[in-house]
Design a protein around this ligand. Structure first.
Ligand code: SF4
Length: 354
């Protein structure tokens, strides 16, 4: 006689094999491919990832190719996906795999977890999907399914609840078909047990679902509302030299770290409009500028912060004698070779027009 856990695992596995979507990374069991797709899918929709995934694998077909690539080339291939630390960590992890594992992706959950940018979910996904290891892969979608299936009312943002979910995943994961089981759970969360209107009548585990029995499936999972994003005003500048514009490399720490962008700085509350960025150019790059005009503004929303980006045209009056490696003058064609963050790309319409 099967336990209900085993029956749930069987139902899910069978359902997944029958209904799974054809996605490019599912054509492969190559752990490198699975890893890239899982990292891309962390904060991005499947439809968007499909195109990026194919292009990335073509550009960097092996772990070795990724490890040997320039960071700027990897960031360029990532351009538009956002959360650039994911791309940087992929490259760093590829270098580590070359150095420690001779270029072969490690197989165990623990070894995977030690790679930069790989958390419990990704380690579980790669170990189970690529190597068929019976370990859980619990992300937000899976936590939603578990909350409903077992009528759990803990806040899924809290560490204790996450720990509990991980334990349920370990207990439930099919020992014979962990790959199909984990992908079945992800597919269920993505297609059937969706956040606002779960399609319970199509659900393969409906007869086991506690929340459905209680009629409270739409009230779960419990998740504390996010605090409102802090809003800040960022002043950015277009500074020209002939037909070239100034771009600078952002600091190695913080938001959009190490990416090339137009010079920018958070507006100093007490300062006049356009003064903070002029001050920044002087302090950071020994460059004197005059305010020529205001070009426009765009809003860009990050996870915890909202930028109101105001763009000013500044006239170069004196360029510092110092040679800063993190400063470049580029024409509009050259600019396309840089992985300009989306927030700054939004400003291009003002620059191209002016
Ligand atoms: S029955 Fe409904 S709420 Fe329960 S797991 Fe299935 S889709 Fe989700």
């Amino acid at each position: 006689m099967k336990t209900s856990d085993e029956a749930i695992a069987d139902k899910l596995t069978g359902w997944y094999e029958a209904v799974k979507r054809q996605l490019p990374w599912r054509e492969s069991r190559d752990p490198y491919h699975i890893w890239i797709s899982e990292i891309m899918l962390q904060q991005t929709q499947v439809d968007t990832v499909t195109g990026y995934y194919r292009a990335f694998i073509e550009r960097f077909p092996t772990i070795q190719a990724l490890a040997e690539a320039d960071e700027d080339a990897v960031l360029k291939a990532w351009e538009g996906l956002g959360y650039y630390s994911r791309a940087r960590n992929l490259r760093r992890a590829a270098m580590m795999i070359m150095a420690q594992y001779g270029g072969r992706m490690p197989e165990s959950y623990e070894e995977l977890l030690a790679l930069p940018g790989v958390g419990p979910y990704t380690a579980g996904a790669v170990a189970s999907i690529a190597y068929n290891r019976p370990v859980p892969a619990v992300d937000g979608n899976v936590m939603r399914v578990f909350s409903r299936l077992f009528s759990l009312h803990g806040d899924i943002a809290l560490p204790d609840t996450k720990r509990l979910m991980q334990e349920i995943g370990s207990r439930l994961v099919s020992k014979s078909e962990p790959s199909s089981f984990n992908q079945g759970l992800m597919e269920l969360g993505a297609l059937v047990c969706t956040p606002l209107s779960p399609k319970c009548t199509q659900c393969p585990v409906q007869c086991f679902c506690e929340a459905r029995k209680e009629g409270i499936e739409k009230q779960l999972p419990v998740k504390k509302k996010k605090e409102k994003q802090k809003e800040v005003v960022i002043e950015a500048a277009v500074v020209r030299k002939g037909n070239r514009v100034l771009i600078v490399k952002r600091p190695a720490e913080g938001l959009l770290a190490s990416l090339w962008a137009f010079p920018s700085v958070q507006k100093d509350e007490g300062q006049q409009d356009g003064s903070s960025i002029r001050q920044e150019l002087e302090t950071a790059y020994n460059m004197e500028t005059g305010l020529h005009g205001y070009l426009g503004e765009k809003v860009h929303v990050f996870t915890h912060i909202k930028w109101l980006l105001k763009l000013y045209e500044l006239r170069l009056q004196r360029e510092g004698a110092l040679d800063y490696p993190e400063v470049r003058w580029v024409d509009m064609e050259e600019l396309k070779k840089y992985a300009l963050p989306t927030a700054f790309k939004k400003l291009l319409e003002y620059i191209e027009e002016s």
